[in-house]
Ligand binder design. Structure first.
Ligand SMILES: CSC[C@H]1O[C@@H](n2cnc3c(O)ncnc32)[C@H](O)[C@@H]1O
Ligand SMILES: [Zn+2]
Length: 444
């Protein structure tokens, strides 16, 4: 008896299919089938053509991969892109960014800045991003409307911030938002204590207890600079990561962003607690913050993901170029050209990101049963020829302008480089208006 044909909403037939899991595999002459937002078929083209697909798309010269995961950023800071450049972290924050945030950041700013960030990220092949910024409820609404996937970290500092008069108020709002969105298909709420130098032990303990109760993750800037670690040692007699370990925050649900300073004891702590590290190489380079020793972490078994950080310190949200920078920098830092090869770099930008955000069971690789979060890169251009290894070509020779199509949970958000749910003209006009207002050309 012939088997009944598999029913598909969409069948994709690319030249190359890179599932990321299993590692290092490149499939040719294969198809991928989607039904109800999930991947339900991956197999040889001849078998794929036997499926009963409502729509079939041939993708010649295209590489199909899991959508990129931007594991750290401050989405609405797109509206501060280029506001304060070429400064070290604390001067940049204290003298420029925090005053600008106090003056400009309100719900409208977060709505417009987050929309701009979402559009830039979709056009750059990103299907999921992590956000840590003020008015997280507004950011969640923009994620919901746009169709992208996101982790939204509730910002918590010891002092008042836009949208919350105290850390307690921020935590309360976070718990409420967590409850409201706990069944959302694409949004995960986590807690985001800003950094060890802005959140004291009392609030960190409160966050630990609540995160444990809710089984929520904690996302935090940690060991961004040598200055942060030195100052903590001088003031408290303890390195920040050790302090977080002593307070019980480290663990598989903890996401340590930056980690440019790693002693042997720090590494042992990361390994034994199964904490993820989120590497932001371009922000670290631009602010001269330091270098995260990615290869050392990888060899020790630490899960390392990649983030762009905000557009005010990067200055773009281009995870493909970030991944290239990570691969190149890893070699320089390790003093070895074999460090972080292209296939591992792509894994860092996809599956490791999903693992860090606690959504590995849903996304991060092209596997049957996972959500259809997929990107198609066009490798037909002259700058991509000849193609020996499409993953090498993607990481070392391809820019984000080669992102052709993108789907999140099976919904197409980018079709032939055009946003399907957002108006690019409108987004550009709104961003320019904010720029004029902020730079003082028009009345505020
Ligand atoms: C907790 S909301 C975000 C808060 O963090 C600031 N910020 C942006 N980039 C960085 C960074 O690299 N290190 C530390 N803090 C950063 C942002 O401006 C907001 O105030
Ligand atoms: Zn950051």
């Amino acid at each position: 008896m012939p088997k009944p044909a598999i029913a598909l909403d969409l069948l994709l037939l690319p030249t190359w299919l890179v599932p990321v899991e299993p590692a290092g595999v490149v499939l040719k002459e294969h198809g991928l089938g989607i039904r109800d937002g999930r991947i339900v078929f991956i197999g040889p083209r001849v078998e794929a053509l036997k499926c009963n697909a409502t729509e079939t798309r041939e993708l010649p010269d295209m590489l199909l991969a899991p959508g990129l995961i931007n594991a750290h950023g401050h989405a609405a800071m797109t509206l501060f892109r280029g506001l304060a450049d070429d400064l070290p972290l604390m001067t940049w924050l204290e003298n420029h960014i925090w005053p600008a945030e106090a003056k400009w950041v309100d719900e409208d700013f977060v709505r417009d800045g987050t929309d701009l960030a979402i559009a830039e990220q979709i056009k750059g092949g990103i299907t999921c991003f992590s956000d840590m910024y003020f008015f997280p409820k507004v950011a969640s609404e923009r994620v919901h409307n746009s169709g992208i996937r996101a982790q939204i970290a509730i910002p918590i500092l010891d002092f008042p911030i836009p949208g919350a008069g105290s850390a307690d108020e921020a935590i309360r709002q976070g718990v409420e938002l967590f409850g409201d969105l706990k069944h959302h298909e694409r949004i995960r709420i986590t807690f985001g204590p800003h950094a060890p130098y802005t959140v004291g032990d009392e609030n960190l303990e409160k966050i630990r207890v609540i995160a444990e109760e809710l089984d929520a993750s904690i996302h935090m800037h940690v060991h961004e600079t040598a200055f942060e670690v030195q100052q903590a040692v001088e003031q408290r007699g303890e390195r920040p990561l050790a302090r977080l370990g002593r307070l019980g925050l480290l663990g598989p649900r903890f996401q340590a962003v930056h980690m440019t300073q790693i002693s042997d004891d720090d590494l042992a702590l990361l390994v034994e607690s199964n904490t993820s590290v989120i590497h932001c190489p371009e922000s670290n380079l631009k602010l001269a913050s330091g270098f995260c020793p990615v290869e050392r972490l990888w060899q020790a078994g630490v899960n390392v993901a990649i983030g762009t950080d905000g557009a005010a310190s990067n200055n773009d949200l281009d995870l493909l170029s970030e991944t290239r920078t990570a691969a190149l920098l890893a070699k320089a830092v390790a003093g070895s050209a074999t460090a972080l090869d292209a296939h591992r770099a792509l894994r860092m930008a996809t599956l490791n990101g999903a693992r860090a955000l606690g959504i590995e069971a849903q996304v991060g690789s092209l596997e049957i049963g996972k959500a259809a979060d997929i990107v198609a890169f066009d490798l037909s251009g002259l700058a991509q020829q000849p193609v020996y290894d499409p993953v090498s070509q993607l990481i070392y020779a391809t820019g984000r302008d080669c992102v052709k199509h993108l789907w999140v949970a099976g919904k197409q958000l980018l079709d032939d480089r055009r946003l399907t749910r957002m108006d690019e003209q409108q987004l550009g006009a709104t961003a320019r208006t904010w720029g004029q207002r902020i730079s003082g050309h028009t009345e505020s």
